[in-house]
Write a new protein. Structure first.
Length: 280
């Protein structure tokens, strides 16, 4: 998936009534990749902004699968609903959002996405928050390997083993929460003194250093930013390079600190991030 523009622009936790202006600002700044999901409640606003922009924009959205309907028919219907809400000619990348349900319903959801591959309205298919075991389950059942796996990934949670699995399978790694989602925790990635020292050496912000680290790892980060200055800064990461010593120092920061839910143990009710999730 080398064709996915990096970095992307994530709209998780951007309110639906603020999403259109945020995406419009991001596109005007130079982003060409927008990541949304049915569960975020802002697909219509993303679609309006992309249509108004009129240029070539890679759009990712996701099938949210809480509850017992997780499976083949529900995933097929959910794709139609996301397509209608976005109002675009094409969804570039469609993902199974979470591998929830102990009964393995996510395998049937993946089978539905595999059968959608010939639909001209769909570019590629992938998964989100899948572990190695989840990947094995869907590939063994269908013979179809996801184009991407979107996972939590930042300097405090580097998922090296899963990234190696991706590389062996030819799965692109998309990083959500690429700057760390730990504002509510005592230790924040962006306050790390090692990262601050590296940033000072390059005359950059810590966020820019972390995003550059992602690019040099080969991942596709999708940071969220509402402030125009932060939007611009997050794109301004292509004219410097971290040294081998920098990369080693950041690798040593891995603490296994997961800020989001654990896909192996978490199951969602009919809500996501405090928002109720309906099928339409």
């Amino acid at each position: 998936m080398e064709s996915i523009p990096r970095p992307g622009f994530g709209v998780w936790l951007i309110a639906p009534d603020a999403t259109e202006s945020a995406v419009a600002g991001a596109l005007a700044t130079g982003y060409r990749h927008v990541d949304t999901a049915a569960a975020y409640g802002n697909e219509p606003a993303v679609g309006r902004a992309v249509r108004a922009f009129g240029g070539d924009v890679h759009v990712t959205t996701k099938y949210f699968n809480p509850g017992d309907d997780h499976g083949y028919d529900d995933a097929r219907a959910a794709f139609e609903e996301s397509f209608d809400r976005l109002g675009l000619d094409r969804i570039d990348l469609y993902l199974v959002h979470w591998p929830v349900r102990a009964g393995g319903g996510f395998v049937e959801s993946w089978r539905a996405l595999a059968d959608l591959r010939d639909d001209p309205r769909l570019g590629s298919i992938g998964v989100s928050n899948f572990s190695r075991a989840h990947l094995n389950a869907v590939v063994d059942a269908t013979g179809v390997t996801p184009a991407v796996n979107q996972i939590e990934l930042h300097p405090y949670f580097q998922q090296a083993e899963l990234r190696r699995e991706h590389a062996e399978r030819g799965v692109a790694t998309v990083a959500w929460g690429p700057l760390g989602q730990g504002d509510q925790h005592d230790e924040r990635v962006l306050d790390d003194p090692v990262l601050a020292e590296i940033a000072a050496a390059h005359g950059r912000s810590v966020a820019q250093v972390v995003l550059r680290w992602h690019l040099q790892l080969g991942t596709i980060p999708i940071p969220k930013a509402a402030d125009p200055d932060h939007m611009r800064a997050n794109l301004d990461v292509f004219d410097f390079e971290l040294t081998g010593a920098d990369m080693d120092a950041i690798a040593a920061l891995d603490r296994g600190t997961r800020y989001g839910p654990d896909p192996d143990t978490h199951d969602f009710p009919g809500s996501y991030g405090g928002r109720p999730v309906g099928r339409a």
